[in-house]
Design a protein around this ligand. Structure first.
Ligand SMILES: Nc1nc2c(c(=O)[nH]1)N[C@H]1C(S)=C(S)[C@@H](COP(=O)(O)O)O[C@H]1N2
Ligand SMILES: [Mo]
Length: 303
């Protein structure tokens, strides 16, 4: 955050301070206490989630021109061009459902929350992966502001429905808007990010601007782009890919080399920019951080 503040023009800085003062007045910043403690635990915990020396960042050009984003096209190379005309402002992100304090946030409101930078592996279910430097806010921080009620057990993320701009939505490739979901404890995990930036720049439209979810231990289809609503709910939500092909795309979709996709093995992957395949790691290399969330579950059945 400090680096961001130091380059923020004074007026924006003051507006952010005003927003944070408003949160303080509402007694909301106090809610960040326990979550921040968790964040500190994540930073200094025993899990070594750092990337191996042979895992350099994916070239920015690849991340910006090789995209799955079916609202625009099923052709990965076509998405970047088709997404350029997507209107990013004004934007409203709602956080509602089973919460004490429903929120409607603008992009300036989001920018006022303390930000983090995280470099994560992103593993597509199709068998390729990237290493991407995100900027955003821990999703737990946002959820803490909304104060989930005790009956909230799951979170539903709703993408954008705008067929006039998203020409892929004119065909029923998936149920639109693109919808994803997490169990509440997964959504609150310190690795789960609400991303607004990539490679030290605001997110590009093709990467899910203005705001997307990133869940690095799950297949990348869970990392939903261009979200407009985060709804706290009591039951497991119906999600686009799981609803469309339940035998291939589970609700949990944890990266797992031991559970094959019905049409291909998940044991190995191609890191974009590399020639040789590398082994796929359980939970995409984040097992130490997240495996405890699934203790007692049959990960072959509940994939
Ligand atoms: N709204 C939306 N989000 C989405 C998708 C999509 O089609 N629509 N594709 C998913 C898939 S399959 C992948 S691999 C990643 C790709 O993210 P990237 O283009 O930023 O690398 O976005 C995910 N999020
Ligand atoms: Mo994907």
């Amino acid at each position: 955050m400090t680096d961001e503040l130091s380059i923020t023009p004074q007026t924006i800085f003051q507006r952010r301070r005003h927003f944070i003062r408003q949160l303080l007045a509402l007694g909301l910043c106090g809610q960040l206490g326990p979550v921040r403690a968790q964040e500190a635990a994540f930073d200094s915990n025993k899990c070594d989630s750092t990337l191996a020396a042979d895992e350099p960042l994916t070239p920015e050009k690849s991340a910006l021109h090789y995209n799955n984003y079916y609202e625009f096209s099923t052709n990965k190379e076509a998405v970047a061009t088709l997404a350029q005309a997507f209107t990013l402002r004004p934007w409203e992100l709602r956080v509602d459902g089973a919460v004490q304090r429903p929120l409607v946030l603008s992009l300036d409101d989001l920018a006022a929350l303390p930000g983090v930078q995280r470099t994560y592996r992103l593993r597509c279910v199709e068998g390729w992966s990237m290493v991407l430097p995100w900027r955003g806010i821990p999703l737990a921080d946002l959820l803490a502001l909304a104060q989930p009620k005790s009956e909230a057990k799951f979170v539903r993320f709703i993408g954008t429905l705008r067929p006039a701009e998203m020409i892929g939505q004119r065909r029923p490739v998936l149920p639109w808007p693109y919808t994803e979901g997490l169990r509440l404890d997964e959504a609150l995990h310190p690795l789960t990010l609400l991303a607004t930036g990539l490679y030290d720049a605001p997110l590009s439209p093709q990467n899910g601007a203005p705001v997307r979810i990133v869940v690095p231990w799950k297949y990348a289809f869970k990392s939903i782009k261009a979200i407009t609503r985060i709804e706290l709910i009591t039951e497991q939500p119906i999600t686009s890919w799981n609803q469309t092909v339940p035998s291939e795309y589970g609700f949990y979709a944890n990266v797992n080399p031991d559970v094959a996709h019905p049409r291909w093995s998940q044991k190995r992957e191609v890191r974009i920019g590399e020639l040789r395949k590398r082994p796929t790691l359980p939970f995409n290399g984040y097992a130490c951080d997240v495996a405890h969330l699934y203790a007692g579950m049959d990960l072959q059945r509940d994939f």
